[in-house]
Design a protein around this ligand. Structure first.
Ligand code: TA6
Length: 318
């Protein structure tokens, strides 16, 4: 079926089925498969949604609502994936776009809670698939009733919308469904970009912006575009401009536009930290860099009862 036949977007809304015998993949296929969307057991037999749209290919795992691949038509893959990543329910996937929520980094008060929150450890529900000539649009979600009560007392509904096409837009929306404010909510769309070589890129748009160097604890700013030649772990704040990465080797510019966020994280583990991460190849630092649209450090948010806070990242390649 070609896309020109579509007059209106086709909307498949997931209607929870009763307890049936079909396994997750069959159930998803029955509810949502269409010309650009299919479901299969991916790495580690985890359920994943494969998108094969004329404008772009993509792969999303229900584990963490984790986008592991986005490749626009006539482009190389834009996201970096670790060859050593774990693919196990409840474990973070290394690469693509991990969703860090409802805190970024270590939990501010509790060592027993996972780094970067629990959203990337959850198996999310697929809620809708919309297809048009330009994009395939998915919404995944979960709510506080599905969470381990040890993690949080807040009541919420989390939605993650992906618009996959010539450009990629990912949008994390949180609605406070309780009657208490949700305090100090942090997050990061922790995007791993695939690059030709760490020596061939330059990051623009952060010149003059203050950043916390997490390796030294010092805050400073630089007036020139950022090149990376050592371990880099910086939280820039306040960021108001689109961040651009120029990749001489791949002859492409990747633009990262954030909304609902004033902090951007730039990370490359370099040599020693790469060796210390079991799910990260020793040489992996040479072909990746993270540019993360975040609510980190002083940019965490309070979400009032019945309020919705949205953070989005729009990525374009030229
Ligand atoms: O965003 C940068 C960072 O906070 C680094 O400090 C490093 O820990 C990275 O995230 C990866 O964290 P992860 O828990 O995914 O290994």
């Amino acid at each position: 079926m070609t896309f020109s036949q579509y007059q209106e977007p086709i909307i498949h809304t997931f209607i929870p089925t009763s307890q049936d015998k079909m396994d997750l993949i069959e159930r998803l296929s029955k509810q949502f498969s269409s010309s650009s969307v299919g479901f299969q057991k991916g790495e580690g037999e985890l359920a994943c949604c494969q998108i094969d749209h004329p404008r772009a290919k993509a792969c999303i795992y229900l584990n963490g609502a984790h986008l592991t691949n986005w490749q626009p038509q006539d482009e190389q893959p834009v996201l970096w994936m670790s060859d050593n990543s774990a693919f196990e329910t409840g474990k973070p996937i290394r690469g693509g776009i991990p969703i860090c929520w409802p805190w970024f980094g270590p939990h501010p008060a509790r060592e027993d809670l996972p780094q970067h929150g629990f959203a990337r450890l959850m198996t999310w529900n697929l809620r809708s698939v919309i297809e048009t000539e330009e994009i395939t649009h998915l919404i995944l979600g979960f709510n506080s009733k599905e969470c381990d009560p040890r993690w949080t007392k807040d009541e919420f509904d989390v939605r993650y919308a992906l618009s996959v096409g010539k450009e990629l837009r990912v949008e994390l929306s949180v609605t406070n469904t309780g009657n208490q404010p949700m305090q100090d909510i942090g997050c990061a769309l922790h995007t791993y970009f695939s690059i030709s070589s760490i020596n061939s890129i330059q990051i623009r748009g952060l010149e003059g912006v203050s950043f916390l160097d997490k390796l030294t604890g010092k805050t400073s700013s630089e007036n020139s575009p950022l090149s990376i030649s050592q371990e880099t772990d910086r939280v820039y704040y306040p960021v108001t401009e689109t961040v651009e990465m120029i990749d001489e080797g791949f002859q492409r510019k990747i633009s990262v536009a954030g909304q609902g966020s004033k902090s951007t994280v730039v990370w490359n583990p370099w040599v020693e930290k790469s060796k210390r991460m079991a799910d990260f190849p020793d040489a992996g630092f040479q072909t990746m860099v993270c540019i993360e649209t975040a609510n980190a450090l002083e940019d965490t948010r309070t979400i009032s009862p019945s309020e919705t806070h949205t953070v989005s990242q729009t990525i374009t390649v030229s």
